[in-house]
Design a protein around this ligand. Sequence first.
Ligand SMILES: Cc1ncc(COP(=O)(O)O)c(C=O)c1O
Length: 382
Amino acid sequence: MQDKPRTKAEVLARLKTALKNDERYKNGKIFCSMCTSPPLFAKEVHKLFLESNLGDKALFSGSSQLEKEVVATLAQLLHGKTAVGFLVSGGTEANLLAMLAARDQASTQTPEVILPESAHFSFHKICRLLKLKPVFARLDSNFRVDTDHVEQLLTKNTVAIVGTAGSAELGTVDPIDQLSVIATKNDVHLHVDAAFGGLVLPFIEYADNTLDFDFKLEGVRSITVDPHKMGMSTIPAGGILFRNNTYLKYLQTETPYLTEQTQYTFVGTRSAASVAATWAIFHLLGREGFKKTVKKCMQLTMFLASKLEKAGFEVLLRPTLNIVAFRYANSKMLADNLRRRGWFVSYVPRLDCIRVVIMPHSKRRHVVGLLRCINELQRQNV
Ligand SMILES: Cc1ncc(COP(=O)(O)O)c(C=O)c1O
Protein backbone atom coordinates (compact mmCIF):
# COMPACT_ATOMS: atom_id res chain seq x y z
CA MET A 1 0.00 0.00 0.00
CA GLN A 2 1.34 3.44 -0.86
CA ASP A 3 1.58 6.09 1.92
CA LYS A 4 -0.55 8.84 0.43
CA PRO A 5 -4.18 8.52 -0.64
CA ARG A 6 -4.87 8.63 -4.37
CA THR A 7 -7.70 10.40 -6.13
CA LYS A 8 -10.73 8.46 -7.30
CA ALA A 9 -9.78 9.30 -10.88
CA GLU A 10 -6.31 7.76 -10.44
CA VAL A 11 -7.72 4.66 -8.83
CA LEU A 12 -10.39 4.30 -11.47
CA ALA A 13 -7.92 4.75 -14.30
CA ARG A 14 -5.83 1.85 -13.03
CA LEU A 15 -8.91 -0.32 -12.52
CA LYS A 16 -10.14 0.42 -16.02
CA THR A 17 -6.81 -0.70 -17.43
CA ALA A 18 -7.22 -3.98 -15.57
CA LEU A 19 -10.79 -4.34 -16.83
CA LYS A 20 -9.61 -3.78 -20.41
CA ASN A 21 -7.48 -6.88 -20.08
CA ASP A 22 -10.51 -8.96 -19.10
CA GLU A 23 -12.41 -10.72 -21.87
CA ARG A 24 -16.08 -9.73 -22.12
CA TYR A 25 -18.87 -12.23 -22.68
CA LYS A 26 -20.72 -9.75 -24.85
CA ASN A 27 -17.95 -9.89 -27.48
CA GLY A 28 -19.15 -13.43 -28.15
CA LYS A 29 -15.71 -15.00 -28.27
CA ILE A 30 -15.88 -16.88 -24.99
CA PHE A 31 -16.84 -20.47 -25.77
CA CYS A 32 -15.01 -22.15 -22.89
CA SER A 33 -16.88 -20.84 -19.86
CA MET A 34 -19.93 -22.13 -18.01
CA CYS A 35 -20.67 -18.65 -16.73
CA THR A 36 -22.28 -15.89 -18.73
CA SER A 37 -23.21 -12.23 -18.69
CA PRO A 38 -26.15 -11.81 -16.30
CA PRO A 39 -29.10 -9.70 -17.48
CA LEU A 40 -28.52 -5.99 -16.76
CA PHE A 41 -31.37 -5.98 -14.25
CA ALA A 42 -29.66 -8.74 -12.23
CA LYS A 43 -26.47 -6.68 -12.13
CA GLU A 44 -28.42 -3.71 -10.79
CA VAL A 45 -30.07 -5.88 -8.14
CA HIS A 46 -26.65 -7.28 -7.20
CA LYS A 47 -25.43 -3.76 -6.42
CA LEU A 48 -28.39 -3.13 -4.09
CA PHE A 49 -27.34 -5.99 -1.80
CA LEU A 50 -23.58 -5.47 -1.70
CA GLU A 51 -23.48 -5.00 2.08
CA SER A 52 -25.80 -7.83 3.02
CA ASN A 53 -24.11 -10.79 4.65
CA LEU A 54 -25.88 -14.14 4.80
CA GLY A 55 -23.36 -15.29 7.34
CA ASP A 56 -25.17 -13.12 9.89
CA LYS A 57 -28.77 -13.90 9.08
CA ALA A 58 -30.59 -12.11 11.88
CA LEU A 59 -28.96 -8.86 10.78
CA PHE A 60 -29.99 -9.45 7.20
CA SER A 61 -33.33 -11.16 7.57
CA GLY A 62 -34.67 -9.75 4.30
CA SER A 63 -31.81 -11.30 2.36
CA SER A 64 -32.14 -14.48 4.34
CA GLN A 65 -35.78 -14.72 3.25
CA LEU A 66 -34.70 -14.28 -0.37
CA GLU A 67 -32.27 -17.18 0.01
CA LYS A 68 -35.07 -19.36 1.39
CA GLU A 69 -37.25 -18.45 -1.58
CA VAL A 70 -34.50 -19.17 -4.11
CA VAL A 71 -33.89 -22.55 -2.47
CA ALA A 72 -37.64 -23.24 -2.56
CA THR A 73 -37.71 -22.45 -6.28
CA LEU A 74 -34.75 -24.73 -6.96
CA ALA A 75 -36.38 -27.45 -4.85
CA GLN A 76 -39.60 -27.13 -6.83
CA LEU A 77 -37.74 -27.33 -10.16
CA LEU A 78 -35.93 -30.43 -8.94
CA HIS A 79 -39.01 -32.18 -7.47
CA GLY A 80 -37.75 -31.87 -3.92
CA LYS A 81 -40.95 -31.58 -1.89
CA THR A 82 -39.06 -31.68 1.41
CA ALA A 83 -35.74 -30.36 0.11
CA VAL A 84 -33.64 -27.89 2.07
CA GLY A 85 -30.44 -26.13 1.11
CA PHE A 86 -28.28 -23.07 0.68
CA LEU A 87 -26.80 -20.76 -1.86
CA VAL A 88 -23.03 -21.16 -1.62
CA SER A 89 -19.90 -19.93 -3.34
CA GLY A 90 -20.17 -22.33 -6.27
CA GLY A 91 -20.32 -25.92 -7.37
CA THR A 92 -17.12 -26.78 -5.53
CA GLU A 93 -18.50 -25.75 -2.13
CA ALA A 94 -21.84 -27.39 -2.92
CA ASN A 95 -20.14 -30.70 -3.75
CA LEU A 96 -17.98 -30.34 -0.64
CA LEU A 97 -21.02 -29.99 1.63
CA ALA A 98 -22.68 -33.00 0.02
CA MET A 99 -19.57 -35.13 0.52
CA LEU A 100 -19.23 -33.95 4.13
CA ALA A 101 -22.80 -34.99 4.90
CA ALA A 102 -22.30 -38.31 3.10
CA ARG A 103 -19.08 -39.06 4.96
CA ASP A 104 -20.36 -38.15 8.39
CA GLN A 105 -23.63 -40.07 8.16
CA ALA A 106 -21.61 -43.26 7.60
CA SER A 107 -19.63 -44.97 10.31
CA THR A 108 -16.52 -46.15 8.45
CA GLN A 109 -13.07 -44.87 9.38
CA THR A 110 -11.80 -45.34 5.79
CA PRO A 111 -14.48 -43.68 3.65
CA GLU A 112 -14.56 -44.12 -0.11
CA VAL A 113 -16.56 -42.32 -2.76
CA ILE A 114 -17.37 -43.75 -6.18
CA LEU A 115 -16.93 -41.12 -8.89
CA PRO A 116 -17.45 -41.35 -12.62
CA GLU A 117 -14.16 -40.88 -14.51
CA SER A 118 -15.80 -37.73 -15.86
CA ALA A 119 -16.46 -36.24 -12.39
CA HIS A 120 -15.59 -32.57 -12.04
CA PHE A 121 -12.11 -31.85 -10.70
CA SER A 122 -13.66 -30.24 -7.61
CA PHE A 123 -14.04 -33.80 -6.26
CA HIS A 124 -10.26 -34.22 -6.35
CA LYS A 125 -9.89 -31.23 -4.01
CA ILE A 126 -12.77 -32.43 -1.85
CA CYS A 127 -11.41 -35.95 -1.47
CA ARG A 128 -8.09 -34.51 -0.32
CA LEU A 129 -9.77 -32.16 2.15
CA LEU A 130 -12.19 -34.70 3.60
CA LYS A 131 -9.79 -37.64 3.40
CA LEU A 132 -12.12 -39.59 1.17
CA LYS A 133 -10.64 -42.23 -1.08
CA PRO A 134 -11.80 -41.57 -4.65
CA VAL A 135 -12.68 -44.72 -6.57
CA PHE A 136 -13.24 -44.13 -10.26
CA ALA A 137 -15.89 -45.91 -12.29
CA ARG A 138 -15.30 -46.20 -16.02
CA LEU A 139 -17.55 -44.71 -18.66
CA ASP A 140 -19.51 -46.51 -21.36
CA SER A 141 -19.24 -45.80 -25.09
CA ASN A 142 -21.56 -42.79 -24.66
CA PHE A 143 -19.28 -41.27 -22.01
CA ARG A 144 -21.81 -42.01 -19.25
CA VAL A 145 -20.80 -43.85 -16.12
CA ASP A 146 -20.92 -47.64 -16.42
CA THR A 147 -23.38 -48.59 -13.70
CA ASP A 148 -22.26 -52.25 -13.63
CA HIS A 149 -18.81 -51.01 -12.77
CA VAL A 150 -20.22 -48.71 -10.08
CA GLU A 151 -21.94 -51.71 -8.52
CA GLN A 152 -18.71 -53.72 -8.62
CA LEU A 153 -16.82 -50.93 -6.88
CA LEU A 154 -19.17 -50.77 -3.88
CA THR A 155 -17.57 -51.85 -0.60
CA LYS A 156 -18.55 -51.55 3.05
CA ASN A 157 -16.53 -48.31 3.07
CA THR A 158 -18.49 -46.63 0.26
CA VAL A 159 -20.09 -43.51 1.72
CA ALA A 160 -21.30 -41.96 -1.53
CA ILE A 161 -21.90 -42.51 -5.20
CA VAL A 162 -21.66 -39.43 -7.39
CA GLY A 163 -23.41 -39.02 -10.71
CA THR A 164 -23.13 -35.99 -12.98
CA ALA A 165 -26.05 -34.36 -14.72
CA GLY A 166 -24.19 -32.27 -17.24
CA SER A 167 -20.50 -33.12 -17.14
CA ALA A 168 -18.20 -30.14 -17.45
CA GLU A 169 -16.29 -31.61 -20.38
CA LEU A 170 -19.04 -33.05 -22.57
CA GLY A 171 -22.34 -32.14 -20.98
CA THR A 172 -23.24 -35.81 -20.59
CA VAL A 173 -25.81 -36.98 -18.07
CA ASP A 174 -25.02 -40.19 -16.19
CA PRO A 175 -27.81 -42.78 -15.85
CA ILE A 176 -28.92 -41.34 -12.53
CA ASP A 177 -32.06 -43.51 -12.57
CA GLN A 178 -29.88 -46.63 -12.44
CA LEU A 179 -27.53 -45.11 -9.88
CA SER A 180 -30.60 -44.35 -7.78
CA VAL A 181 -31.62 -48.01 -7.79
CA ILE A 182 -28.09 -49.07 -6.77
CA ALA A 183 -27.89 -46.42 -4.05
CA THR A 184 -31.28 -47.34 -2.62
CA LYS A 185 -30.53 -51.06 -2.66
CA ASN A 186 -27.25 -50.49 -0.82
CA ASP A 187 -28.39 -47.59 1.37
CA VAL A 188 -25.61 -45.32 0.10
CA HIS A 189 -25.76 -41.55 -0.36
CA LEU A 190 -26.30 -40.64 -4.02
CA HIS A 191 -25.15 -37.13 -4.85
CA VAL A 192 -25.94 -35.60 -8.22
CA ASP A 193 -23.59 -32.93 -9.47
CA ALA A 194 -25.97 -30.90 -11.62
CA ALA A 195 -23.96 -27.71 -11.21
CA PHE A 196 -24.34 -27.08 -14.93
CA GLY A 197 -27.28 -29.23 -16.05
CA GLY A 198 -29.54 -28.50 -13.08
CA LEU A 199 -30.78 -25.31 -14.70
CA VAL A 200 -30.88 -26.71 -18.23
CA LEU A 201 -32.52 -30.11 -17.97
CA PRO A 202 -35.75 -28.89 -16.28
CA PHE A 203 -36.34 -26.65 -19.28
CA ILE A 204 -35.86 -29.21 -22.05
CA GLU A 205 -38.59 -31.61 -23.07
CA TYR A 206 -37.15 -35.05 -23.61
CA ALA A 207 -38.90 -37.90 -25.33
CA ASP A 208 -37.94 -40.41 -22.65
CA ASN A 209 -37.17 -40.28 -18.96
CA THR A 210 -33.63 -41.70 -19.07
CA LEU A 211 -32.42 -38.19 -18.31
CA ASP A 212 -34.25 -38.02 -14.98
CA PHE A 213 -31.70 -36.82 -12.47
CA ASP A 214 -33.41 -35.15 -9.54
CA PHE A 215 -35.33 -35.90 -6.32
CA LYS A 216 -38.00 -37.64 -8.39
CA LEU A 217 -35.61 -40.58 -8.08
CA GLU A 218 -35.81 -41.94 -4.55
CA GLY A 219 -32.08 -42.67 -4.19
CA VAL A 220 -30.99 -39.07 -4.80
CA ARG A 221 -30.07 -37.51 -1.47
CA SER A 222 -28.36 -34.30 -2.58
CA ILE A 223 -27.99 -32.15 -5.69
CA THR A 224 -25.59 -29.39 -6.66
CA VAL A 225 -27.22 -26.78 -8.91
CA ASP A 226 -25.49 -23.50 -9.70
CA PRO A 227 -27.37 -20.30 -10.52
CA HIS A 228 -24.08 -18.67 -11.61
CA LYS A 229 -23.85 -21.08 -14.54
CA MET A 230 -26.98 -21.64 -16.64
CA GLY A 231 -29.01 -19.73 -14.05
CA MET A 232 -27.35 -16.64 -15.58
CA SER A 233 -26.87 -15.10 -12.17
CA THR A 234 -23.99 -13.07 -10.85
CA ILE A 235 -21.01 -14.78 -9.21
CA PRO A 236 -20.90 -16.28 -6.55
CA ALA A 237 -24.07 -18.35 -6.72
CA GLY A 238 -23.73 -22.08 -6.27
CA GLY A 239 -26.50 -24.18 -4.82
CA ILE A 240 -26.73 -27.27 -2.66
CA LEU A 241 -29.99 -29.06 -1.92
CA PHE A 242 -30.58 -32.06 0.35
CA ARG A 243 -33.61 -34.32 0.11
CA ASN A 244 -34.69 -33.33 3.63
CA ASN A 245 -33.39 -31.68 6.76
CA THR A 246 -31.96 -34.85 8.33
CA TYR A 247 -28.68 -34.16 6.51
CA LEU A 248 -28.21 -30.72 8.01
CA LYS A 249 -26.91 -31.99 11.33
CA TYR A 250 -23.75 -33.17 9.55
CA LEU A 251 -23.04 -29.62 8.38
CA GLN A 252 -23.96 -27.69 11.49
CA THR A 253 -21.32 -25.52 13.16
CA GLU A 254 -21.84 -23.34 16.21
CA THR A 255 -21.25 -19.64 15.68
CA PRO A 256 -21.28 -18.26 19.23
CA TYR A 257 -20.70 -14.54 18.63
CA LEU A 258 -23.01 -14.04 15.64
CA THR A 259 -26.68 -13.09 15.59
CA GLU A 260 -27.57 -16.71 14.86
CA GLN A 261 -25.99 -19.61 16.68
CA THR A 262 -25.43 -22.02 13.79
CA GLN A 263 -24.12 -22.07 10.25
CA TYR A 264 -24.32 -24.84 7.67
CA THR A 265 -22.18 -23.53 4.82
CA PHE A 266 -18.41 -23.74 4.60
CA VAL A 267 -17.96 -20.08 3.71
CA GLY A 268 -18.84 -17.85 6.69
CA THR A 269 -19.39 -14.34 5.38
CA ARG A 270 -21.62 -14.85 2.35
CA SER A 271 -22.72 -12.31 -0.19
CA ALA A 272 -26.47 -11.84 -0.46
CA ALA A 273 -25.94 -9.84 -3.66
CA SER A 274 -25.83 -12.84 -5.97
CA VAL A 275 -28.70 -14.45 -4.06
CA ALA A 276 -30.86 -11.37 -4.69
CA ALA A 277 -29.72 -11.35 -8.33
CA THR A 278 -30.74 -15.01 -8.63
CA TRP A 279 -34.12 -14.26 -7.06
CA ALA A 280 -34.56 -11.39 -9.55
CA ILE A 281 -33.69 -13.56 -12.57
CA PHE A 282 -36.05 -16.35 -11.51
CA HIS A 283 -38.89 -13.85 -11.22
CA LEU A 284 -37.93 -11.84 -14.29
CA LEU A 285 -37.75 -14.84 -16.61
CA GLY A 286 -40.01 -17.45 -15.09
CA ARG A 287 -40.12 -20.94 -16.58
CA GLU A 288 -41.04 -19.49 -19.96
CA GLY A 289 -37.97 -17.26 -20.07
CA PHE A 290 -35.67 -20.08 -19.05
CA LYS A 291 -37.20 -22.42 -21.63
CA LYS A 292 -36.68 -19.81 -24.33
CA THR A 293 -33.03 -19.21 -23.39
CA VAL A 294 -32.24 -22.92 -23.12
CA LYS A 295 -33.98 -23.61 -26.44
CA LYS A 296 -31.86 -20.96 -28.18
CA CYS A 297 -28.65 -22.38 -26.70
CA MET A 298 -29.61 -25.92 -27.73
CA GLN A 299 -30.51 -24.86 -31.28
CA LEU A 300 -27.16 -23.12 -31.67
CA THR A 301 -25.40 -26.14 -30.18
CA MET A 302 -27.01 -28.46 -32.74
CA PHE A 303 -26.25 -25.99 -35.54
CA LEU A 304 -22.56 -25.94 -34.57
CA ALA A 305 -22.37 -29.72 -34.22
CA SER A 306 -23.92 -30.33 -37.64
CA LYS A 307 -21.69 -27.73 -39.37
CA LEU A 308 -18.59 -29.26 -37.81
CA GLU A 309 -19.66 -32.73 -38.90
CA LYS A 310 -20.29 -31.51 -42.44
CA ALA A 311 -16.82 -29.95 -42.46
CA GLY A 312 -15.36 -33.37 -41.69
CA PHE A 313 -14.63 -33.05 -37.97
CA GLU A 314 -15.33 -35.92 -35.62
CA VAL A 315 -18.06 -34.79 -33.25
CA LEU A 316 -17.67 -37.01 -30.21
CA LEU A 317 -21.36 -37.40 -29.40
CA ARG A 318 -24.74 -35.90 -30.13
CA PRO A 319 -24.96 -33.08 -27.56
CA THR A 320 -27.28 -33.71 -24.64
CA LEU A 321 -26.73 -30.23 -23.24
CA ASN A 322 -25.24 -27.07 -24.72
CA ILE A 323 -21.71 -28.36 -25.22
CA VAL A 324 -20.12 -29.57 -28.46
CA ALA A 325 -16.97 -31.71 -28.37
CA PHE A 326 -15.04 -32.43 -31.54
CA ARG A 327 -11.67 -33.67 -32.72
CA TYR A 328 -9.19 -32.54 -35.32
CA ALA A 329 -5.90 -34.11 -36.47
CA ASN A 330 -4.23 -31.90 -33.87
CA SER A 331 -6.94 -30.64 -31.56
CA LYS A 332 -4.56 -28.96 -29.12
CA MET A 333 -2.90 -26.99 -31.91
CA LEU A 334 -6.29 -25.95 -33.30
CA ALA A 335 -7.42 -24.76 -29.86
CA ASP A 336 -4.18 -22.80 -29.43
CA ASN A 337 -4.50 -21.23 -32.87
CA LEU A 338 -8.10 -20.27 -32.24
CA ARG A 339 -7.01 -18.59 -29.04
CA ARG A 340 -4.30 -16.65 -30.86
CA ARG A 341 -7.07 -15.32 -33.09
CA GLY A 342 -9.15 -14.33 -30.06
CA TRP A 343 -11.55 -17.30 -29.89
CA PHE A 344 -11.66 -19.06 -26.53
CA VAL A 345 -12.47 -22.76 -26.70
CA SER A 346 -11.23 -25.49 -24.32
CA TYR A 347 -8.86 -28.28 -25.14
CA VAL A 348 -9.66 -31.43 -23.11
CA PRO A 349 -6.47 -33.50 -22.78
CA ARG A 350 -8.26 -36.54 -21.31
CA LEU A 351 -10.29 -36.92 -24.49
CA ASP A 352 -7.95 -35.11 -26.87
CA CYS A 353 -10.82 -32.97 -28.11
CA ILE A 354 -12.01 -29.39 -28.32
CA ARG A 355 -14.97 -28.39 -26.21
CA VAL A 356 -17.27 -25.51 -27.11
CA VAL A 357 -19.84 -24.31 -24.57
CA ILE A 358 -22.79 -22.41 -26.02
CA MET A 359 -24.01 -20.05 -23.31
CA PRO A 360 -26.75 -17.40 -23.40
CA HIS A 361 -24.18 -14.79 -24.45
CA SER A 362 -23.36 -16.82 -27.60
CA LYS A 363 -25.31 -15.59 -30.61
CA ARG A 364 -25.59 -17.17 -34.06
CA ARG A 365 -23.22 -14.59 -35.55
CA HIS A 366 -20.58 -15.52 -32.97
CA VAL A 367 -20.92 -19.23 -33.74
CA VAL A 368 -20.70 -18.47 -37.47
CA GLY A 369 -17.54 -16.42 -36.80
CA LEU A 370 -16.02 -19.27 -34.82
CA LEU A 371 -16.86 -21.77 -37.58
CA ARG A 372 -15.32 -19.50 -40.19
CA CYS A 373 -12.09 -19.30 -38.21
CA ILE A 374 -12.05 -23.09 -37.66
CA ASN A 375 -12.59 -23.69 -41.39
CA GLU A 376 -9.84 -21.25 -42.31
CA LEU A 377 -7.38 -22.94 -39.97
CA GLN A 378 -8.45 -26.32 -41.36
CA ARG A 379 -7.79 -25.12 -44.93
CA GLN A 380 -4.38 -23.80 -43.93
CA ASN A 381 -3.80 -27.10 -42.16
CA VAL A 382 -2.81 -25.44 -38.89
C1 LIG B 1 -20.30 -30.29 -13.23
C2 LIG B 1 -19.56 -29.26 -12.42
N1 LIG B 1 -19.43 -29.43 -11.11
C3 LIG B 1 -18.79 -28.56 -10.33
C4 LIG B 1 -18.22 -27.41 -10.85
C5 LIG B 1 -17.50 -26.45 -9.96
O1 LIG B 1 -18.20 -25.25 -9.88
P1 LIG B 1 -17.51 -23.89 -9.37
O2 LIG B 1 -16.44 -23.58 -10.36
O3 LIG B 1 -18.66 -22.94 -9.36
O4 LIG B 1 -16.97 -24.15 -8.01
C6 LIG B 1 -18.34 -27.19 -12.23
C7 LIG B 1 -17.73 -26.00 -12.84
O5 LIG B 1 -17.75 -25.80 -14.02
C8 LIG B 1 -19.04 -28.12 -13.04
O6 LIG B 1 -19.20 -27.95 -14.34
